[in-house]
Design a protein around this ligand. Structure first.
Ligand SMILES: [Zn+2]
Ligand SMILES: [Zn+2]
Length: 347
């Protein structure tokens, strides 16, 4: 089968290769992949800025149809089932984190697409416990963005505790910021302030409004502080959701959270560390909630909301391309001119 492979360590070393299809073991299923989304992580793997163990098939944001079922899981899965699934391959299932429903941060996890053969491939062989049935009526275009939608559910609901009526600042208007906006809007939070830079103004800010933002702020042109203080009676937001991974946004965000407010952090930063106004965190008794990846509970939340939010989610798919065009897809993501690009593995 054709697959996009990181075939050697170092920068680049990514290309389409012919690789074997692995038949499922007793507890596994074989999935014919429909779409696999390009994620920021894939760009980092290509650039060798994210841990990976080549040769490895890349891709982790997948949806598809089951075409073979291991003998141990035939009571749950059948050929023809439409599915999406988690990327927590290698999670041990027995440590305290796994048993608490947190395989996404298990020490043994070998994430799909970086340390375990992933889904930029015609077929994907996967432990069945990672798979979720797709609710009826969800189009593939929407199914293909379930993974980031689950991450944003974890971030906004499970770690953010965001509730109706709370004011919220979302810094960053790429996939994570836009999906956080969907959840904030769905939960009845408001005002929802989305901040970004000049590169977001043309395409992403109109999308932020479509996702439910009350206002968008280009921090290069406008004072975000003035906007936030204006809309919150001068006290700052109840909740700040950091999706940009920008040092400047991080420093400023802490200043814009109200006393006893909450900072929810999902944007990974490029360098190893960034300075933050430490004492401000303490003086204001700000709660910090770090977020990473998507536990099974967040997949349930995402799938339960997916049909109602399908119109919004579909708008976040900017392009669908065949595997041969992967380089252009990666380049579009790097230029920031798109939100999500899906690779059609059947094209
Ligand atoms: Zn991803
Ligand atoms: Zn574990």
């Amino acid at each position: 089968m054709r697959a996009l492979v990181k075939y050697a360590a170092g920068k680049g070393n990514v290309g389409v290769r012919d690789v074997p299809v692995r038949q499922p073991e007793a507890d596994e299923v074989l999935i014919r992949v429909k779409y696999c989304g390009i994620c920021g992580t894939d760009l980092h793997i290509e650039a060798d800025e994210f841990p990976n163990t080549p040769p490895v098939v890349m891709g982790h944001e997948y949806c598809g149809t089951i075409v073979a079922v291991g003998e141990g899981v035939r009571d749950r899965w059948s050929v023809g089932d439409r599915v999406v699934g988690e990327l927590h391959t290698g999670a041990c299932g027995v440590c305290s984190l796994c048993r608490a429903g947190k395989p996404h941060i298990c020490d043994h996890k070998l994430a799909l697409g970086s340390k375990y053969h992933g889904a930029f491939a015609e077929y994907l062989t996967l432990p069945a416990w990672l798979v979720h049935a797709l609710p009826d009526g969800i189009p593939w275009e929407v199914a293909g963005v379930t993974e980031p939608f689950a991450i944003s559910a974890h971030c906004v609901i499970e770690r953010g505790n965001l509730t109706s009526g709370q004011s919220v600042l979302i810094s960053g208007a790429a996939t994570m910021g836009l999906m956080a906006t969907i959840w904030a809007s769905r939960l009845g939070a408001g005002p929802i302030i989305v901040s970004g830079t000049a590169m977001d103004v043309e395409k992403r800010f109109p999308l932020a409004h479509a996702m439910g933002a009350s206002c968008t702020v280009n921090v290069q042109e406008e004072s975000l502080r003035d906007v936030v203080m204006d809309l919150t009676g001068g006290v700052g937001v109840d909740t700040w959701i950091e999706c940009s991974g920008s040092g400047a946004a991080i420093t400023q965000g802490i200043d814009l959270v109200k006393k006893t407010g909450r900072a929810v952090l999902i944007g990974l930063i490029g360098p190893e560390t960034t300075p933050i106004p430490w004492n401000t965190l303490l003086y204001k008794e700000i709660d910090l909630a770090g977020c990473f990846s998507s536990p099974p509970s967040s997949w349930e939340k995402a799938l339960a909301a997916e049909r109602e939010e399908a119109d919004k989610l579909r708008q976040l798919v900017s392009a669908i391309i065949p595997l041969e065009d992967w380089e252009e897809g990666f380049a579009m993501m790097r230029r920031g001119e798109v939100v999500k690009v899906l690779i059609d593995m059947e094209a």
